[in-house]
Design a protein around this ligand. Structure first.
Ligand SMILES: [Zn+2]
Length: 165
């Protein structure tokens, strides 16, 4: 892991700003592979664009404290967009109260809005979910969600902005 991150960092700084940077998706152990995204910045540029907390979640795959995001309680109609690039990710129509303390959805707003990778940071592998446009880490997907999908997209509120309808 540490080694992967170092590799990614040095690759990014070497390529510099503005280049189309292949990003090691999800720092994801076995599944780690270079992917490129339509929205792509150097690490320095991401740091400039994002708050420290947003950077930690979106670019370093951090996890916010449960019940810490106001978006957990957001119940108005609207759209949740990527805090990194504005890509529309989730709709209030698919949000539900999971009781976990993180904003939870049973599906993304469209199948192309998010991408997935395997996260091997814990003993058991988890399904990582990220923004399809900028590769920013959003959270994880679990199989204990409600019907019709049975999926629970457990998303960091910091990774998203809310636009009311
Ligand atoms: Zn994004």
């Amino acid at each position: 892991m540490t080694q992967l991150k170092t590799t990614r960092r040095s690759a990014l700084s070497w390529l510099g700003a503005g280049a189309s940077v292949p990003i090691l998706a999800a720092c994801g152990g076995n599944e780690a592979q270079a992917r490129s995204y339509p929205v792509s910045y150097s690490e320095a540029e991401w740091r400039r664009r994002l708050s420290a907390q947003e950077f930690r979640i979106l670019r370093e795959e951090g996890t916010e404290r449960p019940y810490s995001s106001p978006l957990n309680d957001e119940s108005r109609r609207g759209t949740f967009v990527c805090a990194g690039c504005g890509n529309e990710l989730y709709s209030s129509r698919h949000k539900y109260e999971s009781g976990t303390g993180w904003p939870s959805f049973w599906q993304p707003i469209s199948s192309g809005a998010v991408g997935y990778a395997t996260d091997n940071k814990l003993i058991y592998p988890r399904r990582e979910v990220h923004c399809a446009d900028c590769g920013g880490h959003l959270g994880h997907v679990f199989n204990d969600g409600p019907q019709p999908t049975g999926k629970r997209h457990c998303i960091n509120g910091v990774a998203m902005d809310f636009r009311s309808a």
